[in-house]
Write a protein that binds this ligand. Structure first.
Ligand SMILES: [Zn+2]
Ligand SMILES: [Zn+2]
Length: 331
């Protein structure tokens, strides 16, 4: 998914009194083009050769850019505050005059922010989901130049990649215990809502952990009701009785409800994966197994679920194969 990345240290420089300069616009979607343009402190002009560019290139594409800041003023550690998943990085600072990137400098004068990074997406990360980079584990002075090119610290590379992948895939939210608890309390969706669900436009919400696909929990509840509160991995699996007198079951989207999957299926089939046909009712053990089981275990449970749901998915126009679904789980 990512081949190269760069860490960019913000809010720790001294370009002006507020310690904020051109980078103040890094997380703002540009109103003219709808893209994000990032200033790279302290003075743009990254060494794109370190990111895999050739010396004749003016820019390089598909770079993960991760923004960090000090966890508190005197700390040398940094925490991640957001990232551009796929960035074009220019060798030379771009002026940005035509993009209305004006900001007020410390003397009150209006200046135009330059940039050397361009991205269609930005994922903000709130502090509770933030990852802390312990600089002394690598090099206490690693952020001295406010930019760290990936590839220097292999352990850090895999930590960063895994962290970003997890946020993009929304794994932390998908099976959030709170949403499973809420599920016990609500009723199912109306027949009308169930029928309309596959064709409704995908909507997004900004959660503390980042941008997510907006889901209707009533559809999940409908899937559990349709399964008669039984585990679709194996109907004989027993859980416990909840306070409404029903067996506790959890909802799981067979094609996981991640940004990427939702967009892919929408583009290919014009269907929303937050629909009853794509949701299975599972006991907590089977549910954990499809997420964290080994290859054999995942395949075993998924085979059962796919044989049940693939015809339903195809019926509503989501013409995927069993292999496609296995692939989404890495098996
Ligand atoms: Zn799940
Ligand atoms: Zn089960």
């Amino acid at each position: 998914m990512f081949e190269k990345y760069m860490l960019v240290d913000l809010f720790s420089g001294s370009y002006n009194e507020e310690n904020i300069g051109h980078e103040i616009l890094n997380d703002q979607k540009n109103p003219i083009t709808g893209k994000y343009y990032g200033y790279l402190p302290p003075h743009d002009n990254p060494n794109i050769l370190k990111l895999g560019a050739k010396s004749t290139d003016d820019f390089i594409d598909d770079i993960l850019v991760v923004f960090v800041r000090k966890i508190y003023d005197i700390s040398i550690d940094r925490r991640i505050i957001g990232f551009y998943p796929s960035t074009r990085i220019y060798k030379k600072a771009q002026s940005g005059e035509e993009l209305s990137r004006d900001f007020k400098d410390k003397d009150g004068s209006i200046r135009t922010a330059s940039y050397s990074m361009e991205s269609t997406e930005y994922y903000p990360v709130s502090s509770e989901f933030s990852l802390v980079i312990e600089t002394q584990k690598y090099n206490s002075y690693m952020f001295r130049k406010q930019r760290v090119y990936g590839g220097k610290y292999p352990e850090l590379d895999s930590i960063i990649y895994n962290y970003v992948k997890r946020l993009i895939n929304g794994e932390d939210l998908e099976d959030d215990i709170i949403s499973q608890q809420e599920l016990q309390e609500i009723s199912g969706a109306s027949e009308q809502a169930i029928q309309n669900a596959p064709k409704r436009k995908i909507l997004f919400e900004n959660r503390t952990s980042g941008k997510k696909v907006l889901r209707n929990p009533q559809l999940t509840k409908s899937a559990i009701i349709a399964a008669d509160y039984k585990c679709e991995g194996n109907a004989s699996h027993k859980t416990f009785v909840n306070k409404h007198g029903k067996s506790y079951m959890e909802g799981h989207h067979l094609i996981p409800c991640t940004l990427k999957n939702a967009k892919d299926i929408w583009e290919q089939f014009g269907r929303n994966i937050d629909c009853k046909e794509n949701i299975v009712s599972l006991c907590p053990i089977c549910h954990r197994a499809v997420h964290v089981g080994n290859q054999d275990e995942k395949r075993r449970v998924l085979s059962i679920l796919i044989s049940k749901r693939l015809p339903d998915l195809q019926e509503i126009g989501i013409n995927v194969t069993a292999e496609y679904i296995f692939h989404l789980y890495g098996v």
